[in-house]
Design a protein around this ligand. Structure first.
Ligand code: SIN
Length: 304
């Protein structure tokens, strides 16, 4: 059988395969360059960048939980100007798509960051993170269709890059937020970000995380994330990028069959930096076994 075609399109952006790495779990790729052949990835999604530098939340910031982890990093980053100066030169050398995740507290700040990125060659798309549960107000834009749409419209007005809106599962109906983002001009939606959660040290009778609460990710959330991706893919015409506890190629295939055009590997990167590359190989093997020529035949092929 000829090599299966794994190429997918996200708006105007073509990815060589549907396997990307989730924001906040892979730095800007450089940290992983000795461990992983970055050129094999469908895309690198960078850690969310804000307009000004942020120190992040007080430690501890990460705690392992049954089948998952809580993080409460608090969007630590050096700000957009340092990102452009320090990270873009490396990212320009990697032969894979670069999706820059952006976060803000104010709509005008999202627009200001996007305006700066619009001029940068080598930034292939922007992921608009409206769903960080770890900073005050970080989730506000993801909660209601109108506020989500307002952010997307503001970014759309200043950027020609493909836009992906990253949605929160901590909402009443994620499909309404996805439809609002589509209507406002988003080229794709990515879901889900983490679920708000907490862990308590019963000896100290204190929260373990410095920020008290954090975002739960990993296999523990996979069935819920999968259900949300399936529901959302039925409601929007734009591509859905699925994530939430994907550890291996079988998990990835579940998301694709549920309706995801592409997937993001997140928590698995902390356990096995090679996870995403192994997932690409696993998808290709599955396609050969099942005699599937094009990954698009699999997207949303769920029989119900
Ligand atoms: C963080 O920096 O706290 C995580 C980012 C996110 O959950 O969107």
């Amino acid at each position: 059988m000829v090599k299966p075609n794994l190429k997918v399109k996200i708006g105007g952006l073509e990815l060589k395969n549907p396997v990307t790495v989730a924001s906040g779990t892979f730095g800007s790729g450089e940290e992983y360059k000795k461990l992983v052949d970055l050129n094999k990835l469908g895309a690198i999604v960078t850690k969310s960048v804000t307009l000004k530098p942020r120190e992040g939340n007080p430690p501890p910031r990460v705690v392992e939980t049954p089948s998952g982890m809580l993080n409460s990093i608090g969007l630590q980053n050096d700000g957009i100007d340092a990102f452009i100066k320090d990270k873009i030169p490396f990212l320009n050398k990697v032969k894979t798509a670069v999706i820059v995740s952006i976060a803000a507290h104010r709509i005008e700040d999202y627009a200001a960051i996007a305006r700066k990125l619009d001029k940068i060659k080598g930034v292939d798309a922007i992921e608009i993170n409206i769903s960080c549960p770890n900073v005050k107000g970080g989730l506000e834009f993801a909660r209601e269709p109108d506020s989500a749409a307002a952010v997307v419209r503001a970014v759309r007005a200043v950027s020609k890059k493909p836009l992906i809106t990253k949605l929160s599962p901590n909402v009443k109906d994620i499909t309404e937020i996805a439809m609002a983002a589509e209507e406002a001009g988003s080229d794709a939606v990515s879901l889900v970000n983490t679920f708000t959660g907490m862990a308590i040290d019963i000896g100290a009778k204190r929260p373990i995380l410095g920020n008290i609460v954090g975002g739960l990710s990993g296999p523990a959330i996979k069935p819920i994330a999968l259900r949300m991706v399936w529901e959302t893919a039925k409601k929007v015409k734009i591509p859905v990028i699925g994530m939430g506890g994907i550890m291996d190629h079988e998990d990835a295939l579940e998301f694709i069959i549920a309706g995801a055009s592409a997937i993001q590997v997140g928590t698995a990167n902390f356990v096995n930096p090679g996870a995403a590359v192994e997932i690409i190989g696993g998808i290709e093997r599955y396609m050969r076994q099942e005699k599937i020529k094009n990954i698009k035949e699999l997207t949303g092929c769920l029989k119900t």
